[in-house]
Design a protein around this ligand. Structure first.
Ligand SMILES: Cc1cc2nc3c(=O)[nH]c(=O)nc-3n(C[C@H](O)[C@H](O)[C@H](O)COP(=O)(O)OP(=O)(O)OC[C@H]3O[C@@H](n4cnc5c(N)ncnc54)[C@H](O)[C@@H]3O)c2cc1C
Length: 503
């Protein structure tokens, strides 16, 4: 092996470990990197992480995964968004659907015209103007078409999949592409006294594994970044107070809805994730307001169908690592932080970490050493911004609620929300304007869907929209809605579409 080859040692074989391994092995050559994964036979992966956002398709495409292989191997279904029930108010539902809302008019986003009409006619449903929301409600699915200006070209989708099967699938591909696997528990991490860099790992069987760059994918254990390198964890529980989840699998849903369900309960919320071989369920809650036993009872009493596994309890701390790349160690996955699963963003953060690492991948300098100080700083700044923008989006769901029926929801109404979020909400309230920062993950349509769904009201719309006669706006909106209705009525049922794809 030539000395110009960088040895990357990934510790951990959950989604983070294998996504990183497959990406490095697929996008860099063996002349550039040697990739080794050390996976413990003694510690199980967290075993959840089954709902995603549309960017996952980019990851799978980039590493050359065929969609049908993926759907078959990971028992995947398609996802068009998330339905939130009892969030803004008890008994109320809305959809945060992917894709666009309506079509822009006069160079103004569609939602400005929608707001114009909404200010006059409050019974207008924003979801009527989303092809993804409409298809989801009718359990229909088909992929987007290429033609411009048709509602179908604006459809975006993600997947639900079995997290364990996804890791196994990526592991098989990684091994085929030259990644080496050491199935051993890491018992010690040794650092170079002068540089403070990790020099090698000590394994349970006595082996030592050295490397140039170490990727900490050990989940919440954070064995390298936290335990060995003592990088602090910034605790965000004061902003995102849920700290526990109880999960259970249930039988397959007969209609296989192409969306995730998120139903708020008295002190948290419950997910329902439809897969082809089972349904994932979990109750995320705040242990300050409810005990584990009652939380489990709530979960089990709301599961649709028959439970097919024992309930599993998971404790977590929302927050992020102060630095994600420190010395020669990069934390990816749960070791880098966790924002709770409400908007299915953790697997995306793995993908984001991998892409940024590839953007800033270190090279050797003239002395033969890998220099990465400046790359590290940039990486840490980009990832911190991303974590914070997603955090704000999730906080908004909790903060903007009008529920009066439980101490937890009243507590959430008092959350000390970050200035960045406060500003976004105020701008929307004032004139329906949404401004995204460059690191915002969610689209304007995503922000408006959740703001409106949670009951945040805008007082006004853009002057250009206001300048249009209400009857013209109404006519245009009705015409958009009718095109969407017609398009959706031609789409196959999700279940039938899936069946045909995998046959
Ligand atoms: C309740 C809950 C719900 C979630 N839902 C979603 C969701 O819907 N969508 C989403 O995108 N994300 C979700 N996530 C997050 C998602 O589960 C994780 O981002 C993803 O699974 C990655 O986990 P990981 O690989 O970092 O850690 P893990 O899966 O925990 O893997 C850790 C790995 O490290 C190994 N390891 C640990 N210690 C050692 C050691 N000493 N030596 C060697 N190996 C070691 C373990 O064997 C394991 O292979 C959820 C998380 C939680 C807690």
């Amino acid at each position: 092996m030539s000395s110009s080859v960088m040895k990357v040692v990934i510790v951990g074989g959950g989604s983070a470990g294998w996504m990183t391994a497959v990406a490095l092995a697929s996008l860099l050559s063996k002349k550039q990197v040697e990739v080794v994964v050390v996976e413990s036979p003694d510690v199980a992966s967290v075993g959840v992480g089954e709902a995603t956002i549309p960017e996952i398709k980019l990851f799978n495409d980039l590493v050359g995964i065929d969609e049908i292989d993926f759907v078959i191997n990971c028992q995947a279904t398609y996802k068009l968004g998330i339905e939130f029930t009892n969030w803004g108010q008890k008994g109320h539902s809305y959809m945060h659907a992917f894709g666009s809302l309506g079509t822009p008019l006069d160079n103004l986003p569609f939602y400005q015209y929608w707001q114009r009409l909404y200010l006059e006619e409050q019974n207008l449903d924003l979801n009527d103007f989303s092809v993804c929301a409409q298809a989801a409600r009718q359990n229909r699915f088909m992929p987007p078409t290429l033609g411009k200006n048709t509602p179908l070209s604006q459809l975006r989708y993600a997947y639900h999949f079995d997290a364990g099967l996804y890791s196994d699938f990526l592991k098989r591909i990684s091994l085929e592409r030259g990644v080496s696997l050491i199935k051993q528990h890491v018992v010690g991490v040794d650092c170079d006294i002068q540089s403070g860099d990790i020099s090698h790992l000590r394994l349970k069987d006595g082996q030592c594994v050295s490397g140039d760059l170490f990727i900490d994918c050990t989940g919440m254990n954070a064995l390298l970044i936290g335990k060995a390198l003592s990088v602090k964890y910034i605790d965000w529980r004061s902003l995102l107070p849920c700290d526990s989840a109880v999960t259970v699998a249930s039988s397959v849903l007969s209609d296989l809805p192409p969306y995730t369900r998120s139903t708020a309960h008295c002190s948290g919320w419950q997910w329902q994730i439809p897969l082809r071989h089972r349904t994932g369920n979990g109750h995320v809650y705040c242990s300050q307001f409810i005990d584990d036993v009652y939380a489990q009872q709530i979960l089990l009493s709301h599961v649709e169908g028959e439970c097919i596994s024992s309930p599993k309890l998971i404790k977590f701390t929302t927050g992020r690592r102060e630095k994600f790349w420190y010395k020669n160690c990069v934390a990816i996955g749960l070791s880098s932080g966790f924002l709770e699963p409400l908007e299915s963003t953790s697997i995306h953060m793995i993908q984001e970490s991998i892409f940024r690492l590839l953007d800033l991948f270190p090279a050797k300098d003239e002395t033969g050493l890998y220099q990465h100080r400046i790359e590290r700083e940039k990486y840490n700044q980009l990832l911190a911004n991303k974590f914070e923008s997603i955090r704000d989006f999730i906080i908004m769901h909790y903060f903007a609620n009008s529920r009066k029926d439980s101490p937890f929801w009243s507590y959430c109404q008092q959350l000390p929300i970050p200035e960045s979020l406060k500003e976004k909400i105020m701008l929307y309230q004032s004139s329906s304007r949404i401004y995204r920062d460059s690191h915002d993950l969610f689209s304007e349509e995503g922000w408006i869907s959740v703001m409106h769904g949670q009951g945040i009201k805008a007082k006004n719309c853009h002057p250009i929209a206001k300048n249009r006669s209400i009857s013209v706006v109404k006519k245009q909106l009705l015409s958009i809605k009718s095109v969407i209705d017609k398009t959706v009525s031609y789409m196959p049922k999700h279940k039938d579409f899936l069946q045909r794809r995998i046959e």
